[in-house]
Design a binder for this molecule. Structure first.
Ligand SMILES: [Zn+2]
Length: 245
């Protein structure tokens, strides 16, 4: 195993660097687009000139921090980069969380996704604030997450508390990659989650196709799974089984 790992990372990292720059370009495009939709940024020349003439009163408006995004379907390039189950996840400093929430026959099924910037709330915590803020003990909640990486220690602890206080929430987490799985505290966190009733799984190749069909702007095309998808799944699956046994 060690041999396989040391033989491959250079090639993988180089390939990923190209993808990171593409991803960054998309991010900056989104940021520009966002600014155009909202208030003009401070220092906008035209607005200042008008204000100087006394024609308009400019109220400085603070834009909310670019931290959390919720949505219906993920951009396909973003999906392929963020969910790729490589061992070396450099450049992926955010978590994507696709969710399905079943509140029983009356309420029906809700779906969507969240992404965080790891600057503020992590997606796992944000889910219970933004997507499922209310809890009705009379209902049964079946919640399924497909996350780009497994929870950090802080999120695992918060999830344990949430599951203890919301007994009718059944949470299943399918993770593409295991976040810092070699760290003993992370392993403890994952075990605590399991003990709190959370089902933890590593995504199989079929799960990636399911997410593609359900949560990605797929333009009706099938997903071509990347090379090593199955090998990486088996690698992470083995690690998780060791941690949780
Ligand atoms: Zn976290």
């Amino acid at each position: 195993m060690a041999d396989r790992k040391s033989a491959q990372p250079r090639r993988k990292e180089r390939k990923e660097a190209a993808e990171v720059s593409k991803d960054k370009k998309e991010d900056s495009m989104q940021a520009e687009h966002g600014a155009a939709d909202g208030a003009p940024p401070a220092g906008d020349g035209e607005t200042e000139a008008l204000a100087a003439n006394g024609d308009v009163q400019v109220e400085p408006m603070e834009l909310p921090p670019f931290e959390l995004i919720t949505g219906d379907r993920i951009d396909p390039f973003t999906f392929k980069f963020q969910f790729k189950n490589v061992e070396y996840s450099s450049g992926r400093n955010k978590t994507f969380l696709c969710y399905l929430v079943d509140k029983g026959a009356v309420e029906g099924l809700a779906r969507g996704y969240l992404e965080d910037e790891h600057a503020g709330l992590h997606a796992e915590e944000a889910f219970f604030i933004q997507i499922l803020p209310d809890y009705d003990p009379e209902l049964k909640y079946t919640v399924t997450w497909y996350v780009s990486s497994s929870p950090c220690l802080a999120c695992a602890s918060k999830l344990v508390e949430t599951l203890k206080s919301r007994k009718n929430v059944k949470l299943s987490i399918f993770a593409s990659r295991l976040f810092e799985w070699e760290e003993p505290e992370i392993q403890t966190g994952l075990r605590a989650l399991q003990e709190a009733g959370c089902k933890l799984r590593v995504m199989k190749p079929l799960d990636f196709s399911y997410i593609w069909d359900t949560f990605v702007e797929n333009e009706e095309c099938d997903l071509n799974l990347w090379e090593d998808c199955k090998d990486s799944y088996e690698y992470y699956q083995e690690k998780l089984a060791d941690i949780l046994q």
